[in-house]
Design a protein around this ligand. Structure first.
Ligand SMILES: [Zn+2]
Length: 273
């Protein structure tokens, strides 16, 4: 009797195992594997200007050198959305020499320095904005300027509402306070940007590159379909669309240094944000 029960249990386990295996190809069929060759650097800028006044500023002339280098060497700057669409199988695979250009914080130099060059070289740029600064902080752009960027092909996406440090917030807040704050930061930013500028805001750049599993879950719940870190490597088929890497560029990234970053052969460096 005992052996018969054991046999039944074994058969049940076997069927369960077959069932699990049989269901796997169906999951794979709806999410086919991405092209193995996917290898796209996402280049992150903050501020441009005639002089390097802080660690986050890149000379406008250096930025133009970057664009010239990309053009002269057969690279194509593609919209960030095109890369994300590909991860969702809603768009074609990016070409072999694709590059993405983004900016964080909506500094006013995006309007005065980056926009003219983006027009000159006909490149798409995605700007990650924290709306509390817009038409408010001296260093940031206005809503009118953001509207003009949009008219010129820029995509405007979320960088939370006021750029909090989630690591510090988590330490000083109760879990309930933290959850409320995270929800506000993620949802209010998306809602304000959509209300002011129209269109869909469904991409998020993590302030200071800080994220964890809890924050990723919250971002999904808030309606984001892609989020971005500052881990310095190319976006490949092994990366999750919910934590795509970006190279935080500095003014020293010129000439060979820049070429190595784009090629993916630059030595790893510690990022001081
Ligand atoms: Zn930022």
């Amino acid at each position: 009797m005992k052996s018969r029960i054991l046999l039944l249990v074994l058969v049940a386990v076997l069927f369960a195992a077959i069932g699990v295996q049989a269901s796997q190809p169906q999951i794979k069929a709806s999410q086919p594997a991405l092209t193995q060759g996917l290898n796209v650097p996402i280049l992150l800028y903050h501020r441009l200007g005639p002089a390097v006044v802080d660690g986050m500023t890149i000379k406008t002339s250096v930025f133009e050198e970057h664009l010239k280098y990309l053009k002269a060497n057969g690279y194509h700057v593609i919209p960030l959305k095109a890369l994300v669409d590909y991860y969702y199988k809603k768009g074609p695979a990016p070409g072999p020499k694709s590059v993405v250009i983004v900016e964080d914080d909506a500094h006013k130099s995006v309007y005065t320095e980056m926009l003219p060059l983006a027009k000159k070289y006909n490149i798409p740029v995605t700007v990650f904005v924290y709306p509390s600064a817009i038409s408010n902080a001296k260093y940031a752009m206005t809503w009118e300027q953001l509207k003009e960027l949009k008219k010129n092909g820029f995509d405007i996406q979320s960088h939370t509402f006021w750029h909090p440090n989630f690591k510090k917030d988590k330490k000083k807040m109760t879990p309930a306070e933290f959850e409320k704050s995270v929800n506000t930061q993620l949802k209010k930013s998306k809602a304000r940007l959509e209300e002011k500028l129209g269109g869909t805001v469904d991409m998020l750049a993590w302030p200071f590159g800080i994220y964890d599993d809890y924050l990723l879950k919250k971002a999904t719940e808030a309606g984001y379909r892609a989020t971005f870190t500052i881990e310095a490597h190319h976006a490949t088929s092994r990366d999750s669309v919910m934590k795509l890497p970006r190279y935080l560029l500095i003014n020293a990234d010129q000439g060979k240094n820049f070429a190595r970053i784009v090629e993916g052969s630059a030595p790893k460096r510690n990022i001081v944000y």
